[in-house]
Design a protein around this ligand. Structure first.
Ligand code: SF4
Length: 473
């Protein structure tokens, strides 16, 4: 408490509000190194005054909190039992506990307290001038500093942004998704940032161009037409059992066709009943765990406990989008590196920060359990999508410590990723701005943050020191 007498005044006000009976009284506590040893006592004191609603905020590395970081930041693991005791109040009738910016990995067993990931959109909105400035000029966010980023709630978004810009700059994109956009001519649409696949959504396979590599979602579930032996590749996304039934017959797939099989409860049931058909097409198949922007979609579609499904399937099939512990006995591959045309501003051809934040939430936002520290794959594993965690829990993370699959999965991932992927909190090198989409001008000077004009925010010591440039991204 920085203002003398403030605590007494606050308690008097709280008691008056409770006595009056009309206001809903909620106590916010910013949990930090000073108060975390007493957090249960603080909550108990408030309960004795009649408070039943608490918002428990994780301290964030900004302003005074960061300047006094040695007195503010603490190791959550050391205080986890006490924190969990407080969080569990949420189970009691009449009590409401909210967490705010609390790290996902510590909420195992209390996943209902994980904030809706759309909160990230608000956080990015608060930094929109800085994000725009980074995307258009390459000037890193003022706060970028590994020591700080490792405590920061929006680090996962910043890492996604950094990886997207790196993909653009390195021309390493694989899939350029335009969907059903009527403004796009699928025969001539240029493929930006090194992409090789054009992604389309059409009602039927017959509507797809046959002159270039196409990745397609189609609505129909009809037998596939034959194709010329030298036809460019066509990757079809199978989302329903009817499509699997129609496409994966007893004969070979048409020339150049491969199938990306979305793992859902419906397709999983079909696969378990038709393993002999999958065996015939293993070379052309990749199973992909979808990510969902909302938890309700995960609840409706996701297979319960994918590890049990793969154990029952017993096939050495290629799998993308799941950690090794959730896909035992499979060939682990990366999903296609994808960007959607809708993620770019139609007028400037630059990444739109709102859509980039949505891309992060719906596709890239992942988390792990605190127990993953024991897993031999942890450095090369990004865990589960946030809405799968909110739906099925961190219990799906099963650390691979020893055994045949642990060894094999480690060998597979080490081959695919000789060096673990770096994150902002590891000190990834800031990227120069990526080019605009083909046919668009380079970026204009972005608008300055009005707050910066007024209070003159300073660059982080890490960036001023030049250490960032020396780090290898
Ligand atoms: S690090 Fe965690 S999520 Fe990843 S494979 Fe190991 S236990 Fe599973």
């Amino acid at each position: 408490m920085q203002t003398p007498g403030a605590f007494e005044r606050l308690i008097r006000g709280l008691l008056r509000a409770k006595r009056d009976g009309r206001p809903i009284v909620n106590v916010d506590v910013v949990i930090n190194k000073q108060n975390v040893p007493f957090i249960d006592k603080i909550v108990e004191l408030c309960i004795n005054m009649g408070v039943k609603e608490f918002d428990l905020l994780h301290v964030i590395p900004q302003a005074e909190a960061y300047r006094n970081r040695d007195e503010m930041f603490y190791d959550v693991r050391e205080h986890l039992p006490r924190l969990q005791k407080v969080f569990r109040l949420n189970r009691l009738p009449g009590f409401y506990i909210w967490t705010n910016r609390f790290p996902v990995s510590y909420l195992e067993g209390m996943e209902d307290l994980i904030q809706d990931p759309h909160k990230m959109l608000d956080e990015v909105n608060g930094r929109r001038y800085h994000v725009r400035n980074y995307l258009d000029t390459g000037t890193p966010l003022e706060c970028r500093e590994p020591d700080r980023c490792k405590h920061c709630f929006i680090e996962p978004f910043c890492t996604t942004m950094e990886r997207v810009v790196t993909t653009q700059n390195q021309e390493a994109l694989e899939l350029w998704w335009v969907g059903a956009d009527p403004a796009v001519d699928p025969k001539t649409e240029p493929l930006p940032f090194g992409a090789t696949w054009l992604g389309l959504h059409r009602a039927t396979v017959g509507e797809l161009p046959t002159t270039r590599a196409i990745y397609a979602e189609v609505d129909e579930a009809a037998p596939l037409p034959q194709r010329a032996a030298d036809a460019p590749p066509l990757r079809l996304v199978a989302k329903t059992a009817a499509q699997l039934q129609a496409w994966l017959g007893d004969g070979a797939l048409p020339a150049g066709v491969s199938v990306e099989l979305r793992l859902t409860r419906e397709t999983a049931a079909w696969m378990l009943e038709h393993t002999e058909r999958l065996v015939l097409h293993l070379e052309e198949l990749t199973l992909v765990q979808p990510t969902h922007e909302t938890m309700s979609a995960a609840v409706a579609e996701d297979v319960r406990d994918p590890a049990s499904f793969f154990a029952a399937l017993g096939l050495r099939v290629r799998v993308a989008g799941l950690p090794a512990c959730a896909a035992p006995g499979t060939l682990l591959v990366e999903p296609l590196r994808r960007l959607d045309r809708a993620t770019f501003d139609a007028e400037t051809g630059r990444l739109d920060w709102r859509e980039l934040a949505r891309h992060h939430v719906s596709r890239e936002y992942r988390g792990k359990s605190v127990r993953c520290a024991d897993c031999r794959l942890t450095a090369r594993c990004e865990g589960l999508h946030i809405n799968m965690i909110r739906d099925q829990g961190l219990k799906l993370c099963r650390p691979l410590v020893d055994g045949e699959w642990a060894e094999e999965a480690e060998a597979q991932l080490s081959l695919a990723q000789p060096r673990p992927r770096r994150r902002i909190e590891d000190g990834m090198t800031p990227q120069p701005p990526a080019p605009s989409l083909p046919g668009f001008a380079p970026p204009e000077t972005p608008e300055e943050d009005p707050l910066r004009r007024h209070n003159g925010l300073k660059r982080s010591a890490f960036l001023r020191s030049g250490r960032a440039a020396a780090e290898v991204g």
